[in-house]
Ligand binder design. Sequence first.
Ligand code: NDP
Length: 461
Amino acid sequence: MVRAWWPFWNDDPVTALDTKLQDVYDEVLGRNPGEQEFHQAVREVLESLGPVVSKHPEYVDAAVIHRICEPERQIIFRVPWTDDRGNVQLNRGFRVEFNSALGPYKGGLRFHPSVYLGIVKFLGFEQIFKNSLTGMPIGGGKGGSDFDPKGRSDAEVMRFCQSFMTELHRHIGEYTDVPAGDIGVGGREIGYLFGQYKRITNRYESGVLTGKGLSWGGSLVRTEATGYGTVFFVDEILKTSGQSFDGKAVVVSGSGNVAIYAVEKVHQLGGTVVACSDSAGYIVDEDGIDLELLKDVKEVRRARISEYADARPGARYVAGGSVWDVPCDIALPCATQNEIDEAEAVALIKGGAKVVAEGANMPCTPAAVRAFADAGVVFAPGKAANAGGVATSALEMQQNASRDAWSFEHTEERLAEIMRGIHDRCLTTADEYDVPGNYVAGANIAGFIKVADAMIALGVI
Ligand code: NDP
């Protein structure tokens, strides 16, 4: 029964979409040529919605599924800036305001050379359902630029951020659109962006950006939230079979914001992270990653992960290669989209992985997800497992609105409670639609229904 709605890909006969959903998908392909990641994200959701359209024809009648696949607004703009040598540089900026049925658009900004409209749209589309799953009043959006902060001085990053915000400011606001960080956008960048917003608008509007510094409107736990939340989600999965992190070997990919705090929480819950990576290679440390050293290398020095192995006796660095070759019980992909394809999935299964949870957005390809399903590996999709980041952003907005600042313990407890809620919502919905234990279907259906009902209530807009 689970197999029938598992997200098999379109080269597989079992995946044939319901004809009404196929029409939607064909339209998405036609309207958005060349945007492969966006097609992938849409298809993955549509494959879960077969039983929903049978049970709720009103969603088809009101063209809700058609509408949800079309962003409400897409903004593309020029970002000129001057580098340290006085040369004028040019990048492209994006903000896709995808769906505001549940609240103001909410979603991060990504600065990475791979960013183009198709990436921003895939991320914005996923964000609609993720934000809905959190139960908080936030719509979905995403943005970014093809700017590469790597190797740039602080002054260059500041000038870029100022130029980016000089255009973006007219499109955002605490009741309109509230960006945050993502790949390449951390506390430093949010600071420069907020500073420029404040300067241009002459408003100290804390609720316009999240991920702010603690002394100027940020929330405790926001930095840790995505990584912590992913681990809380896995803890809930483990509890369903009476297990815990105790004694489990874990592999994490990436060594950025999400990865670092996933490592921290795994260690706090009794597991051992034995490997992590960056885009150049990976490190293996059988004694468990030394978190202080990792933070020093990646957060303070902004260096390559190879420097971790240079400083840590017993650790080894592998240039290139795949971190998924390292045997583990639990895998947490926390780097980027499509980093686990079928070959990496097979390596993980061979290495003994029993649970895979996406800390990153869409790090597993459809072929990888299918391999996990066939092997009985529990798979938790990003829109559920990594929703802790945006949920804590919504908590930051709550604190800003009430001019309040909560303690670390209180905020972390709220985060843990939200992740439990998302976990339970996925399972209850999966049961309700006869796909028990299927986190993918549970997350897609539960996330969709809430937005769809709101869209119907708000009329054809
Ligand atoms: P960071 O920029 O802090 O870290 C990204 C990490 O992934 C780095 O170690 C980076 O290595 C690695 N990486 C990035 N691109 C590639 C690539 N093409 N190939 C291999 N490795 C790569 O980003 P975050 O930790 O914030 O984000 C990671 C993932 O989590 C993304 O998918 C993001 O969308 C998702 N996410 C983030 C949230 C957040 O709150 N930050 C919330 C929800 C999801 P290197 O330094 O070498 O580039």
